[in-house]
Design a protein around this ligand. Sequence first.
Ligand code: 5CU
Length: 382
Amino acid sequence: MSSSNPKVVDIHTHMYPPAYVELLESRKTIPFIRRFAGAKDPRYIILPAEAEALDKIASSEFETISASLLPGRPITTHYSSLAQKIHFMDTHGIDISVISLANPWLDFVSSEVAGETAKSVNSAFRDMCSTAPGRLFFFATLPLTAPPETLLAAIGHIKGLKYCRGVILGTTGLGKGLDDAALVPVFRALAANKLTIFLHPHYGLPSEVWGPRATEEYGHVLPLALGFPMETTIAVARMYLAGVFDAVPDLRMLLAHSGGTLPFLAGRIESCIVHDRHLVSEGKVGPRRRTIWQVLKEQVYLDAVIYSDVGLKAAIDASGVDRLMFGTDHPFFPPLNSDEQGEWESMTWNKEAVSKALGVDSEGAKAVMGGNAVEVLRLYDE
Ligand code: 5CU
């Protein structure tokens, strides 16, 4: 934790390179980008829960529809303009951003072209970073739908890319989740190359859990506020129960949204393990078992994108102040009542949470705001 010349680092900040935007524009099924009559910006439709709203519009007799009822989110220059990213950084005093492709990454790309698509997306990220040396680094994207040899070759490609510090990964893995034994070689290859996994949700929970009123009355609140964090929680709990962290002890994972609900639920997970007859009878609860608390302190980092000191304190308690890293989730959650070129609550709320939890300008706050990211992700000029 060095306090001389402290840097502010945003490790949770997304970009869609223009070629990826074109790919989304060419599609007719989710995920895709589409224009609606009367709407200023095209809309980006990604969440499974948005399919229902889309069906309603398709069957509507009206040509145009009120902007607040349109499915998805407006896709503005904030998604793909590098100048806009730098403007956002400058406006909010962010020295360094570790950019990543946002969900759903390449999950929808066919097996045959996934390898090449990943190569071009990752090269585009390298090129973007090279326009602002020292200010931009990136998490690469894996072609998870590609054949295993292509997937491993992709790790060979990204490890040599300047400015790459890890990969962003969703929770589906090769289709069976992250506790799939077939993923262990991938985790080993990432760990061997010191590539941190930034784990990020996309699929949430099945739409039925939100009930019949959700689509028309509750906007995106339930899938984003609750579905996303539960998805992350479940994915990591499954990895833990499958012994992935023990099988790959050098694996390092940075969990989005302060680890979902893991910091809050780790105690309950532990209790359920210790009281589970099946696990006990299989000898999985012996004295040498590493608890989930240990894994959280040894192999896991958490972002600080939780918007409140209450959740942030739980995250700090669970993983340690040296394992939390500030983020904004830009370009998602733009301000709705003020100029998008000005201040965003995603910055001010998350920054305030750090100050409240750790003290304004304290060593801990400086570490979370940037020092930890610089050390852990080696954010030095190359
Ligand atoms: O608003 C949203 O849907 C999202 C999303 O899809 N991904 C993300 O990182 N933040 C918000």
